[in-house]
Design a protein around this ligand. Structure first.
Ligand SMILES: *Cc1c(COP(=O)(O)O)cnc(C)c1O
Ligand code: SF4
Length: 347
């Protein structure tokens, strides 16, 4: 399913330029995701249709999170003490043009039997790891028996207490979520899933059904949303998305600042945009609909949450804290607390 119907239809960006883009960053789009696109520059089209801007970007990093350097064995990223990220799938249903791992599209190699054994052996001999995230690519694009073999092998390692799966399939290929998949996953609890939704238009009858199957299998569902210029960098759009996700039993988990990936600069928003949007949503939508806004620091230094600042001043006996409506309130401090509070607050 290379190159989409909509980009052929409007044809204003075709020819050798776009072929160059696709040569570096191949296109892929499920028929379902294509059906959500009405215009090439609408919020779905912008996510999936290639543009010449991808070749313009000279500032980005091929691997901004240093995932390759942090992989003790191929495709297994070990960045934090207690958890590991295992890129078990090389395929996605659609290529998000802002993807942090677009470096992997062109020479996509499935996890070989050797890679699989090496990853499993690394996890088995690393008792500090208690939480494994399966990602890719999209693990739900693996054949069911292959995915089950991976998960059951992880379950056989006692210190791997939590298994997480990251997937965009419910939003771009909802048919990949079948009753068979749900009942397979259910055997291996605790399993958590983080889904990927970026715009309220991705919430459809089909994606709702896919999430219901997973939630009914007892899988806590979260969502990671990427903050994207011209797609969802707007409080009303994100408020509708986050609330809509709750109605599918999906809890917004992270709102992610764009990584500094080469070929994606046109999607990047200022850091202030994320802070401003979360500040304006606070208390206007449910607290359980509020994700954390995070930056994944370049160079592989990890995720850091950013929070709009509500503390205006710290005195010896009280802090001045501003409410979501802008009212300044005093909150009394315990004796001797102010110094540590200042240190924690101002760094
Ligand atoms: C994001 C990420 C994780 C998971 O982080 P959480 O904050 O626990 O969701 C783990 N490993 C790597 C390499 C990651 O990028
Ligand atoms: S689904 Fe995730 S891994 Fe796949 S292309 Fe989109 S952002 Fe990248």
């Amino acid at each position: 399913m290379h190159q989409s119907a909509p980009s052929e239809r409007d044809g204003n960006e075709s020819g050798p330029g776009l072929a160059g883009v696709l040569d570096r960053y191949p296109g892929k789009l499920s028929a379902y995701a294509a059906s959500l696109i009405q215009r090439r520059d609408d919020p779905i089209g912008r996510q999936f249709l290639p543009t010449l801007e991808e070749l313009d970007d000279s500032s980005g990093w091929v691997d901004p999170l240093a995932e390759e350097a942090l992989s003790p064995v191929r495709s297994l990223v070990h960045r934090y003490p207690n958890r590991a990220l295992w890129l078990v799938s090389h395929e996605c249903a659609a290529h998000c043009r802002f993807c942090t791992r677009k470096r992997r599209w062109k020479d996509a190699r499935p996890l070989s039997e050797g890679d699989f054994e090496a990853g499993l052996a690394y996890l088995a001999r690393s008792p500090g790891i208690r939480d494994v995230l399966l990602s890719g690519g999209d693990p739900l694009l693996l054949p069911l028996d292959r995915l089950e073999r991976i998960i059951s092998s992880l379950r056989a390692i006692p210190h791997l207490e939590v298994i997480r799966i990251g997937s965009r399939a419910p939003g771009v290929l909802p048919g990949a979520v079948t009753p068979e998949l749900a009942s397979m996953l259910k055997k291996y609890h605790p399993i958590f899933m983080n889904l990927h939704f970026n715009h309220p238009r991705e919430i459809t009858t089909a994606s709702r059904q896919a999430c219901a199957l997973l939630a009914d299998a007892g899988i806590p569902l979260g969502s990671q949303t990427v903050l994207l210029r011209g797609v969802n960098d707007d409080a009303a759009i994100l408020g509708a998305l986050f609330h809509g996700l709750l109605t599918m039993r999906v809890r917004p988990y992270y709102l992610m600042q764009m990584d500094l990936t080469a070929g994606t600069a046109h999607f990047r928003t200022p850091i202030s945009a994320g802070l401003r949007i979360l500040q304006s949503l606070r208390n206007h939508i449910s607290g359980i609909a509020m994700p954390q806004f995070v930056i994944d620091l370049p160079g592989g230094h990890g995720k850091v949450p950013l929070v709009p600042n509500s503390i205006r001043a710290i005195h010896e006996d009280r802090a001045e804290i501003v409410s979501y409506t802008g009212v300044q309130c005093d909150y009394p401090l315990l004796e001797g607390e102010h110094e540590e509070l200042r240190r924690l607050h101002f760094g």
